[in-house]
Design a protein around this ligand. Structure first.
Ligand code: AMP
Length: 229
């Protein structure tokens, strides 16, 4: 099994990738599928925040109210959490999910990566219709400690209400309600969508469209196979 996992060593360049898309577009699902096929470490800013909230760290306490309301946490808080993650992972191949969310964060990330001469080399955008997304949000459950995501229709847990691997309870995210979702979607359009242009200009953007993760993943895999096989 391990032998099948790709190492991303074409031209000796490791994968440094972002995955962008509206809340509920399936960033977490695509990230874990990528992880099953390629030797890449995924860092989800939402998971990092939820873990900090669960453990009630100082960062978690600072972020808690904003996350529950569906508002962005302060840039300096998330930038320092992500910097810390990137410094501690033992893998040159990584994928960021949910970060950056605005231009200031994108610039902070660029600076971070430029300092070690490791620019981004793939930015993937997931393009999923909004009515599909809203339905998904209502059906989404998460195992907070691992970040594993389930959907009651497309990807239900083997036993209702519990995580497949650990048997621990699943939770409906407090921000997965129509009110918070609306706010998160507005924020996405206002703050995160402009990043598409930013990365298009940098020549690293690729977009994939579809109603389901099953439709999008084969396109994404082909894209990664071509570049990093
Ligand atoms: P997500 O799991 O990516 O949908 O993130 C859940 C929540 O965490 C968001 O609604 C924000 O409150 C917060 N969050 C995640 N990533 C960021 C970020 N890059 N900047 C600010 N807040 C974030």
């Amino acid at each position: 099994m391990v032998a099948l996992i790709k190492r991303f060593t074409r031209n000796g360049v490791p994968l440094r990738m972002l995955i962008l898309g509206a809340p509920g577009a399936g960033k977490g699902t695509q990230s874990s599928r990528i992880r099953n096929h390629f030797a890449v470490t995924t860092i989800s800013s939402g998971d990092v925040l939820r873990r900090n909230i669960l453990e009630q760290t100082p960062a978690g306490q600072q972020a808690q109210v904003s996350v529950a309301r569906g508002e962005l946490v302060p840039d300096n808080l998330i930038v320092s959490l992500i910097r810390n993650e990137l410094e501690t992972i033992q893998n040159n191949n990584w994928l960021l999910d949910g970060f950056p969310r605005n231009l200031a964060q994108a610039q902070a990330l660029d600076q971070m990566l430029l300092a070690t001469d490791q620019p981004l080399n793939a930015v993937v955008n997931l393009n999923v219709p909004e009515h599909v997304i809203l339905n998904r949000i209502i059906e989404r459950y998460v195992h907070v400690p691992s970040g594993r995501v389930y959907n009651l229709t497309y990807n239900p847990p083997k036993v209702p209400g519990v995580d497949d691997i650990t048997g621990e309870p699943l939770e409906h995210r407090p921000d997965d309600n129509p009110e918070s979702f609306k706010r998160r979607l507005q924020q996405y359009h206002a703050l995160t969508e402009p990043l598409l242009e930013y990365y298009r200009k940098a020549g690293v953007l690729a977009s994939f469209a579809g109603d389901t993760s099953d439709i999008i993943f084969p396109q994404l895999k082909e894209f990664l196979d071509e570049r990093f096989d």
